[in-house]
Design a protein around this ligand. Sequence first.
Ligand code: ADP
Ligand code: MG
Length: 419
Amino acid sequence: MADWLSSVSYGPIPGLLTELRAAWPPRAAAETSGYTTTDLGAAEPIAVLGLTDRLAVAIAARPEGSFAAVPVVRDDPWRQAIAGDGLSAFVAGLPLASERSIGTDQTNESIVVGERVIVKWFRIVGPQPSRAPIVAAHLESIGFRETPRPLGTVDWLAPTGEALTLAQGDAYLAGARDGWDWCVERLERHVAHESAPCPADCDPWIGGRLGLLVARLHAALRQPSAVITEPAGVADGSDVRRWHAAAISTLDEALRLSEADPSGRELLAAVGPGMRADIDRLVACESIAIQPVHGDLHVGQVLEWPGGLAVIDFDGNPALAAAANELRQPAERDIAQMASSLDHVGRIVDERTTGSRHQIVDEWVARTRGEFVAELDADRALLAAFEVEQECRELIYAARFLPRWRYAPLATLRARYRG
Ligand code: ADP
Ligand code: MG
């Protein structure tokens, strides 16, 4: 396996920071497969990790104590690095290996090195230490194997004294597809050939299998390790009130943002009271167990590959503020989000389905969701409240970034509250 270089400290390269400042902001390469950064703005780099004399990672300060990490390559004078420049191959300890970008639609930038290692570069880091390496190290020490093997990280010591992870390397699982592919495909094939038996590798009844996987993941997250010595805890009344207030404000925000969309407005006017009542069920919940959770658990985070299933991406939900990304939360958070995403798999397929086949999708959603939840020991009131909050988060995400996604949470809410 790769000889990951995170343990090597990258010493200061004299004059590099001054040189980079003079070339700031680094131009983007003509190709699109760059380690694209968000709003570099005018902020100058405050630090630089010099890897070699031509490869570096510049760090620029952003508002609210976070930092933009910008992989750069010397190219008369410096530009943003792209796959093929050798930066990820270098940190993975495979300097001669190939590099390719994994494609679009990611929060961060992942580069596959030599088809053996995947290096994920975080675009924005801090101020809190990154969640993913802590969870990955914990799972590794517990011996949880249903996640790609973590190989190492590239860390930067921020002025605050926090070690912030700029990049994380994992074993690359060849042939892996994420759940928005493999779950959707299974349901599509089921809908197309409902009466014909599905081949074993395309069994549409995935709920129980996913439920057992999440149960094993949560059991591993709950075990003490040298990394997380006291994983399990109990939430008190003030935590519950905080979750309740956050869920209500998420609901209100979703309702407000949906005002502009006539179909959404009408549906939400009808189902809003039921949603609010489910969130209010939180108030009566007491002594709720908390533990480290995945933090952004949807079907897209479950890869299917020839070795089985693998859970990835423990970085939390990038669309949420730090408080909503706390490491320790009720396991029902993850369960609600996964249940909601299974429902959305149904809605995606339903959009492409006609006539009487809608019923097949509805039955699949009900059975799959039921079989998933049946494998988990979830508090029903918590689950209902968090599921509503999750649909509201999806509506907010759709309103802000992806209007064409709105149909999925709306269809889920319509099915749940209008029957
Ligand atoms: P992001 O934080 O950008 O969502 P992810 O860690 O979820 O990044 O990875 C993005 C995509 O990269 C995944 O959906 C999957 O297709 C692919 N991927 C991630 N890790 C691996 C891996 N270890 N092996 C194979 N593919 C992977
Ligand atoms: Mg992801």
